[in-house]
Ligand binder design. Sequence first.
Ligand SMILES: Cc1ncc(C[n+]2csc(CCOP(=O)(O)OP(=O)(O)O)c2C)c(N)n1
Ligand code: SF4
Ligand SMILES: [Mg+2]
Length: 295
Amino acid sequence: MSAEELTITEKSDKSISAETDTLNATGISCAEDEYSVVYERPHTLLDVNMHYCPGCAHSLVHKLIMEAVEELGIQENTIGVAPVGCAVFAYDYMDVDMQEAAHGRATAVATGIKRLMPDKYVFTYQGDGDLAAIGIAETIHTINRGENIMIVFINNAVYGMTSGQMAPTTLVGMKTTTSPFGRDTSVYGFPIKVSELISQLPGSFYVTRQAVNKNTAVRKTKKAILNALNYQKLNKGTCFIEIIGNCPSNWKMTPVESNNFIDEQMVKTFPLGDVKLPSAEDLKQLNQTGDKQPC
Ligand SMILES: Cc1ncc(C[n+]2csc(CCOP(=O)(O)OP(=O)(O)O)c2C)c(N)n1
Ligand code: SF4
Ligand SMILES: [Mg+2]
């Protein structure tokens, strides 16, 4: 029996052996009906150690996507496309069919997968270097074609994996390894607001910008992911979820400082909230499918 099972005994009507009325980690006896499971890892997330730095948003967002997959009961019908960047090993953590794509090409790969298997739920998971720099052309064309996929875009304002170079989303004045005196717009241009940009394309169906730096933000992000996966049933276009992530290592901050930095600085350039929503008519159609509708 694992430590988790020792400390939390599931309250259910199925019979539990007397062994579960046992000692918890503090040595206190816990009767089985005194405890109920209030939190557990989704079974769609593999029980392995992740390589991410402590406090990094990537691990949390992986969990939210896998929770949504589990709740919607679509594990066998979901295919993810992993990026190049810190999330390159996403396929080692998410227990769904996964395909690795070359840097920036995830939406092109996802296009092929979805067109061949239109009944599958297909998503990409990409950083800002991947999606907004080398992959900006693929991103725009995929969305312009209205490919029926979910794109999860982690905007942490730097190239995390390669040691913190400036990304298209780096804030004005922000110091990175390739802008050591701060991003100077006369040399490097302005941060690209990808959500606002692609919301202009008729092929985008649902566009939202969220964060995971505090509890309320995490809940909204989860809801956005559930929405986007559900909307694939409508075949109306691309769902795009930008998530303001952190990179404590390259921002040279503690995890707490980096989460505060999002509220204090990142949201000034990248305001949180929905950028483009489905129409009431579209949502009505979704309800008519009779499936669970999370929004
Ligand atoms: C074709 C190609 N060009 C460049 C690289 C080097 N490279 C690897 S990851 C990366 C940037 C990743 O940054 P981002 O997409 O923002 O992901 P993060 O690590 O921040 O999550 C780059 C430039 C590569 N692997 N392949
Ligand atoms: S380098 Fe940054 S983005 Fe990459 S795992 Fe570490 S904190 Fe996360
Ligand atoms: Mg990045």
